[in-house]
Ligand binder design. Structure first.
Ligand code: 7PM
Length: 261
């Protein structure tokens, strides 16, 4: 899964055409590099970020989703927590909902169920503005797993099909470095739930904490952690560097094929 940010800070600010053109070019590039899904996000979920209004978020993502889906045959996911954005995005061509809030917003679960598309449920402790202040767990792996299984049950009770549910531990979302490392080791326990596990660790600050490198210098760390996540049962990797991650996936698959006989 390639990351396609459409927040104002991620693209040139020369009007709608230039923004669409940039997004299309980036999308084509990631598809050529081997992405299987593109994740379109219009709200910055970084720690400390300000919330965006629903209409503004729709204006950012809907034209981009429309432009990509009419020109490129790749599944698109919409990274949002807002039911109105989910409806607009799916109406414009998105076929997966990726919600860092695990459909806890009012009306979100009903919107996702009515849209009939797969959903990725991510764990987050707290909210983006304050989540890194003092994350606390007794046992982070079992708490994250129990939360995700409970959210999956709520989705199924609302009519979402079991096979349309993915889960994600939410690396960096209300977690210290130790919590993130424990979740990386605990991925097999999440995979044991039977739901496909998505891991989003690309360029994240936990890699900075381990290597001492800034966000632009975390490619090697991202690739190393991608391999660890694959070995521990992650099925989908949400990444910035598609071409390089594709190579990691091919090396992992070649080795896994031998192990499976
Ligand atoms: C700054 C810090 C900007 C962190 C963006 C981020 C995930 C996600 C994000 C994830 C799923 C990023 C994050 N992370 N959706 N959206 N899983 N499902 O690194 O880990 O892209 S935003």
């Amino acid at each position: 899964m390639g990351i396609l940010n459409v927040t104002p800070d991620s693209f040139s600010d020369g009007g709608l055409f230039n923004r669409l053109d940039d997004a299309l070019r980036r999308a084509e590039q990631m598809v050529a590099q081997g992405a299987g899904i593109l994740d379109v996000g219009g709200e910055s979920t970084r720690p400390g970020a300000q919330a965006v209004g629903e209409q503004e978020e729709i204006e950012r993502v809907a034209p981009v989703i429309e432009a990509i889906s009419t020109r490129i045959g790749i599944p698109l996911s919409i990274d949002t927590s807002k039911p109105g954005v989910m409806r607009a995005a799916v109406g414009s061509g998105a076929s997966l909902i990726n919600d860092v809030n695990a459909l806890r917003a009012e009306g979100a679960i009903e919107a996702a169920s009515a849209l009939g598309v797969p959903v990725c449920l991510m764990h987050m402790q707290g909210e983006p503005r304050t989540m890194q202040h003092a994350p606390r767990y007794t046992d982070v792996v079992s708490e994250v797993r129990d939360f995700l299984v409970a959210r999956a049950a709520a989705c199924m009770a609302a009519g979402v099909a079991r096979e349309d549910i993915w889960i994600d531990p939410g690396f960096g979302f209300g977690k210290t470095l130790q919590h993130n490392l424990q979740l990386l080791r605990g991925l097999p326990l999440l995979a044991q739930t039977g739901f496909p596990v998505l891991a989003g660790i690309s360029r994240k600050s936990m890699l900075g904490a381990v290597t001492g490198r800034g966000v632009g210098e975390r490619l090697a760390g991202s690739l190393a952690v991608a391999l660890l996540a694959l070995q521990r049962g992650a099925l989908i990797l949400r990444v910035h560097d598609v071409a390089e991650t594709r190579d990691v996936l091919q090396v992992w698959a070649a080795d896994a094929a031998l192990a499976d006989g």
